[in-house]
Structures are given as C-alpha cells and as structure tokens.
Design a protein around this ligand. Structure first.
Ligand code: FES
Length: 73
C-alpha cells in the first residue's frame, strides 16, 4: 500500500527502514524524500512509525493502564 503517492513510497518500505533503525519522522523524511510535495502523507507516516515502534519496543508504547491494575468489567 502506498503511503506517499507523490514519491511512490509504500508502507512496506517504511517498515523496512524502521526495522533497519529509522526512529523519527525526520529520518524517514530524509531517507525517502517524504512530505515535501503535497504533505498529505504526514499523518499516515506518523501512524506507521508509532505502530511499528510500539510493536518493536513495547516499553515505548503509550501507557493505557497502570501496571498491576486490573480492569474492571
Ligand atoms: S503524498 Fe507524500 S508528499 Fe504527497
């Protein structure tokens, strides 16, 4: 799936770059020349980066519950 249509960059390419060490929007933008045309890809790139980082480093994921807290049903 294309994330940046202007530069024909796919989600797979972004995930590979993240696997290879890219950790910021700046790194991804520099590597793929993203967001410098229409800029519509910015939110999707940010989302892809956040999801990949949460999967790769669970300790970096946003905390939604206090550790040890049991959700009430
Ligand atoms: S979709 Fe990425 S710059 Fe246009």
């Amino acid at each position: 799936m294309y994330i940046c249509i202007c530069h024909a960059v796919t989600k797979r390419q972004l995930l590979t770059a993240i696997d290879n060490g890219a950790r910021t929007m700046r790194e991804l933008r520099q590597q793929f020349d993203l967001c410098n045309s229409c800029g519509k890809c910015g939110p999707d790139i940010r989302c892809t980066l956040a999801e990949a980082m949460a999967r790769a480093e669970p300790s970096q994921a946003p905390v939604t519950e206090t550790p040890g807290e049991v959700a009430s049903v």
